[in-house]
Write a protein of this length. Structure first.
Length: 547
């Protein structure tokens, strides 16, 4: 039985919020801060918006380029002054269809010990959408600049944010949970781009230019969906700390700065020692053309063990494919699990004279990858698999220039053929179920599912218009709208991110009609996979539960 699955995009719009709008303001290049901030008499600066907006307010930034001449306060070019609340967030949004840009190239860094395009200091419950910040210069050799810096802040949402040409880090985020009375932090980055982050003035140039550099504390939930990081001098994504992190459908590529010590695509580590809950989840991601590791599963000795779930990703032409560091306190006890991943054409050679697919010297769990686990004595612990063979012919395209194509009008990633599976690839249906949507009889290996719907017509395929999930994200309750053409009774199964069934319900539906079902999600926040099955057809979507 063939299946067609879809993951909805998680767009954080006003309709999905329970907030009460207190006021709506506008900012334009030709505005004036003495104006009332209406659409016909807008303010003139970003800082006026950041000074004024309070819980429940929405500010729209019109298209154009702003050139601030100096720092607003201390070392910060702009700074957020107020917090929202859980039920009344603050919204800083681009005016629909327009592109506001903060260009900081005229700001003098002399005498400044830090330089940040936007700084968020102990602020909470704020949404940012459609803003670009560029040209933030590094102040001196002992300090890094940042596109957006956040300290002791929480519950922020960034959507379609672009940061580029930064003398340091794109996003620099230090969590707040456990401090200042902050009990939890659910922060999201949706469809954001960060590129050209280079700390050329550092004493070791290039080793501080991360696209994302973030630290999490307990009771923190970071989710990155559809984000890209490229042409940065250090790592594409570098996240440490003790809470949950999910990379979903993200791309990291072209980390190739000469002399950089890391240059990894995704670096994730420094997590709590949990035997039951994986703090790191990486799925449907691409890491390509990076001089370091495609993925680096990092431990901070001697406290923590690796505990990641790395499912359905593709690593292409990186220095090494995957690195898993060793913890001397817990030798041979890595908790990480790797399934359905491709590592192809690494640039380096390992101690055994083989392509450096894995730099791993501890135990780890794997299956259905383009390599097999190697027992002690293998240098390092992997051996070629005899289950599949990977060649150039397995892919529709190996043209990496597609990775920088413009985003779609809705801000989502561009449609590309790069690293997508060819119709005759033996990687199709060669994977194992890990709780992710798939086509065909079994999941494929790699970041992209082969789209059978575009290759053949099949009566068992269920059109995407037959099911919708809303609101998404949600707080505990999701509406399922479903059209059944086969049976008058359906089964709804809810999976957690580990692929475990956490809830099952059966419902009677009317064939050929739109049926609406209210489903209560589990209490824990996170991503849940919802499968609807009428005995003949299946459909799977995913929903983010914020509560």
């Amino acid at each position: 039985m063939k299946k067609l699955f879809l993951i909805p995009l998680f767009m954080f719009n006003l309709a999905a919020s329970s907030q009460i709008l207190a006021a709506t303001y506008y900012v334009a290049v030709d505005g004036n801060d003495l104006n009332p901030g209406t659409i016909t008499q807008p303010w003139g600066t970003w800082q006026k918006a950041f000074d004024t907006a309070v819980a429940g307010d929405t500010v729209y930034f019109r298209g154009g380029v702003w050139y601030p001449a100096d720092h607003t306060e201390g070392n910060f070019i702009t700074i957020i002054k107020n917090s929202g609340t859980k039920n009344n967030r603050i919204y800083f949004l681009n005016y629909p269809g327009e592109h506001p840009i903060l260009d900081c190239s005229l700001v003098d860094t002399v005498g400044n010990d830090y330089n940040s395009g936007m700084f968020i200091d102990e602020k909470h419950f704020i949404n940012f959408r459609g803003l670009t910040i560029r040209n933030i210069y590094q102040p001196h050799s002992r300090q890094l600049a940042a596109g957006i810096g956040a300290w002791a802040s929480s519950n922020l949402h960034f959507e379609n944010i672009t940061l580029h040409d930064i003398g340091g880090r794109g996003f620099s985020y230090m969590g707040a949970t456990g401090f200042f009375g902050v009990e939890y932090d659910s922060t999201y980055w949706i469809n954001c781009d960060v590129y050209n982050c280079i700390d050329s003035l550092s004493e070791v140039p290039g080793n501080g230019g991360d696209g994302w550099k973030m630290d999490q504390e307990d009771s923190t939930y970071f989710y990155l969906y559809g984000c890209r990081s490229w042409n940065n001098s250090d790592d594409g994504f570098d996240i440490s700390g003790s809470a949950t992190l999910i990379f979903d459908n993200c791309w990291a590529f072209n980390m190739q700065f000469p002399g950089a010590l890391d240059a990894n695509g995704f670096k994730f580590g420094g997590v709590r020692d949990s035997l039951t809950e994986p703090p790191r989840i990486v799925r449907n991601c691409i890491s390509a053309f990076n001089n370091g590791s495609g993925f680096y599963d990092l431990e901070y000795e001697p406290y923590y063990r690796n505990n990641s779930r790395v499912y359905n990703n593709t690593i292409y032409k990186c220095g090494t494919g995957i690195g898993i560091s060793r913890n001397s306190l817990y030798p041979d006890t890595s908790l990480s699990v790797y399934r359905n991943n491709i590592v192809y054409e690494p640039l380096e050679i390992d101690a055994g004279g083989r392509p450096y697919n894995l730099a791993v010297f501890d135990y780890y769990t794997e299956s259905h990858n383009t390599w097999d686990y190697g027992e002690p004595g293998s240098l390092p612990r992997w051996v070629p698999t005899d289950s599949v063979t990977v060649t150039d012919d397995d892919f529709v395209s190996l043209d990496g220039s597609q990775l920088t194509l413009p985003r779609k009008e809705d801000g989502s990633l561009p449609d590309i053929d790069f690293l997508k599976l060819s119709p005759n690839s033996d990687l199709i249906d060669a994977g194992t179920f890990v709780g992710l949507p798939f086509n065909g009889s079994s999941p494929d290996i790699g970041a992209f599912e082969f789209d059978a719907a575009t290759a053949v017509a099949d009566d068992n395929l269920l059109a995407s218009t037959k099911l919708s999930l809303y609101p998404n994200p949600t707080n505990s309750m999701v509406n399922i709208e479903y059209v059944s053409e086969q049976q008058n009774r359906i089964t709804i199964s809810v999976f957690n991110i580990l692929g475990q069934i956490v809830k099952t319900e059966e419902h009677n539906v009317t064939v050929g009609k739109s049926n609406q079902i209210k489903l209560t999600l589990p209490l824990s926040s996170g991503i849940y996979i919802i499968q609807v099955n009428d005995g003949v057809k299946s459909f799977v979507g995913s929903v983010v539960n914020l509560k």
